[in-house]
Design a protein around this ligand. Structure first.
Ligand code: SF4
Length: 291
């Protein structure tokens, strides 16, 4: 989007898969490199930016709107690690309203407050819950808010299922101006088969893996400190992984429209992998289809 200030990037992922941790470490890495970064949490849990701010919670845009009607930027934003501007869109009152419309209302408000023109970000990261890519949570990729979307996934089937659903949404909206897919971020990879499985999923869906984040004790430790790995363990290999990923995402603008698998094909593909993993664990060697 040519009239946007900075690069606007949406990062989706199934809840609990590590999307907020990944997004926050990317923000921290970019800010550490001297860039101006805004991170906007678009998850009703409203804890996207906590590890950029010593574990502190932030009043959400929607709660503040509900309570005060009128909102100033200073009421709903706070500066985190190395100046990252942190904002939480918030969610609906439980049982009432639509989380996606809340994201839309929050982004509209930030535009009304001239946030992007005032702050002049190099990068704006939207951390979006990707469990259900319904019309609501598709807002960042549907309404021209983000230019590119990335999906964080592990090798767990439900995380890949959520990624495949995001691909369906991108496939639907990208031809009419919605965001395109920047790539897949393989998170929490540990077993050797995990990388092969995610690589194969990317190949089958016409996408690409842009980064592999190993499972690491430093991630858990940093989170317990209320910090990113970049802040808590700046000299670690894990911090280097996040820095490399952040640099790639910002500089490499290649994107695609994915070819999601249909339901039966996804199930068959998963079953094939289940067999391959079982055979591998049982020590059964075959001529092809190595893990
Ligand atoms: S569109 Fe999505 S976020 Fe909104 S009410 Fe429906 S399921 Fe919930």
């Amino acid at each position: 989007m040519s009239d946007k200030v900075g690069k606007h990037i949406a990062i989706y992922g199934k809840g609990g898969i590590g999307k907020s941790t990944t997004t926050s470490n990317i923000s921290a890495a970019l800010a550490e490199a001297g860039l101006r970064v805004i991170q906007i949490g678009c998850d009703p849990k409203s804890d996207s930016t906590n590890i950029l701010r010593g574990g502190e919670e932030l009043p959400t845009v929607l709660d503040t709107l509900r309570e005060h009607g009128k909102v100033r930027l200073e009421d709903i934003s706070a500066t985190g690690y190395k100046g990252v501007l942190c904002i939480e869109a918030g969610g609906p009152v439980p049982g009432v309203g639509c989380a996606g419309r809340g994201i839309n209302a929050a982004v509209d408000l930030l535009q009304e407050l001239n946030l992007f023109e005032t702050f002049k970000p190099d990068a704006v990261l939207y951390d979006v819950l990707g469990d259900v890519v319904c019309g609501g949570f598709a807002v960042p990729i549907r309404d021209g808010i983000a230019d590119r979307a990335f999906v964080v996934t592990s090798s767990d089937f439900m995380a890949l299922f959520a990624a495949n659903n995001l691909f369906k949404a991108i496939n639907k909206y990208a031809p009419s101006g919605g965001a395109r897919l920047g790539g897949v971020i393989a998170n929490s990879v540990l077993a050797p088969y995990a990388t092969s499985l995610i690589d194969d999923f990317a190949e089958r869906t016409g996408t690409r893996v842009v980064g592999y984040i190993p499972r690491s004790i430093e991630v858990s430790q940093s989170e317990l400190y209320g910090q990113t790995v970049i802040e808590a363990s700046p000299g670690s290999e894990q911090a280097q992984v996040y820095r490399k990923l952040a640099g790639f995402i910002l500089e490499n603008e290649a994107s695609c429209i994915p070819n999601p698998l249909n339901g039966p094909d996804l199930k068959n593909w998963a079953r094939e992998w289940g067999d391959r993993i079982f055979k591998s664990e049982a020590g059964i060697v075959e001529a092809s289809g190595g893990i």
